[in-house]
Design a protein around this ligand. Structure first.
Ligand SMILES: Nc1ncnc2c1ncn2[C@@H]1O[C@H](COP(=O)(O)OP(=O)(O)OP(=O)(O)O)[C@@H](O)[C@H]1O
Ligand SMILES: [Mg+2]
Length: 244
């Protein structure tokens, strides 16, 4: 069995204290193996983003444990946590979060600056990634000149530039129309085929239905974890009616 990339055990998260204490995650257990593509679904406020932020080392759990690539994240100090975040995790956001003053190429290169990689290495790595997301022809464009789908493809290339162990995406198709959303999902499936570990939050039931594994959250708890229940198609309803 592939090594677990993520291991959550009785993970809790609380915000505030005293009278204003709010418990948002109530003891989550979850194991994600290398190469999995996993969706997190659940109603608004159920804790999806809170969980994703902890997985991405943007925030710390208040209780329980989180092991990323075998390391207990709770034991890391702030500097170590930042290093894990930069080296092991790629983020894709609903709103792309590209820097409008920089070109496509510069946006993808940016995470490598912090790592001190030489210019030639940076350039080669970025071009390879932009090629793989189909954006080589827009290297010198500005994000403001791109469609939403194109921006998200650039953002995915940027998320991959440090060869992260884990790719996290919070509603990556949330700002896209269905055509661009489908193209971005196609890209995630391709990355999954290449063996990457991907965890994505989605509100879209059609997207969730196509994922190999879905974790459903409700009020800060995992209430379901496994293959998605297949959604009925219009034709299925018609057949059901015919048999009734
Ligand atoms: N920094 C914070 N301080 C206090 N409460 C917070 C904080 N972040 C999130 N919460 C609360 O935690 C709960 C879960 O929020 P979260 O953003 O994780 O939900 P979500 O499932 O991502 O919702 P959505 O689908 O709307 O994005 C909410 O009640 C929210 O108000
Ligand atoms: Mg959210």
């Amino acid at each position: 069995m592939p090594a677990p990339v993520l291991e959550l055990a009785a993970l809790t998260k609380e915000f505030g204290s005293g009278d204003s204490l709010l418990r948002v995650l109530h003891g989550l257990d979850c194991l994600v193996s290398q190469g999995e593509l996993l969706g997190i679904v659940g109603a608004s406020g159920s804790g999806k983003t809170t969980l994703l932020n902890i997985l991405g080392c943007l925030d710390r759990p208040t209780g329980g444990s989180y092991r990323l690539d075998g390391r207990d994240v709770a034991q890391l100090d702030d500097d170590e946590l930042a290093r894990v975040r930069n080296r092991s995790i790629g983020f894709v956001f609903q709103s792309f979060q590209l820097i409008p003053q920089l070109t496509v190429l510069e946006n993808v290169e940016l995470p490598l600056f912090y790592d001190g990689a030489p210019r030639k290495t940076r350039r080669a790595r970025c071009e390879e990634l932009l090629e793989s997301v189909g954006m080589m022809h827009r290297l010198q464009s500005n994000p403001t000149q791109l469609s939403g789908g194109e921006c998200q493809r650039v953002a995915i290339a940027r998320a991959l530039v440090n060869k992260p162990a884990l790719l996290l995406a919070d509603e990556p198709t949330g700002n896209l129309d269905s055509k661009n959303g489908a193209e971005v999902m196609q890209l995630f499936r391709e990355l999954h085929r290449q063996g990457r570990t991907i965890v994505m939050v989605t509100h879209n039931p059609d997207i969730a239905a196509e994922l190999p594994r879905v974790v459903e959250m409700h009020d800060g708890r995992i209430v379901r974890d496994g293959a998605p229940t297949k959604r009925a198609h219009i034709g299925d309803h018609a057949n059901a009616g015919a048999h009734a």
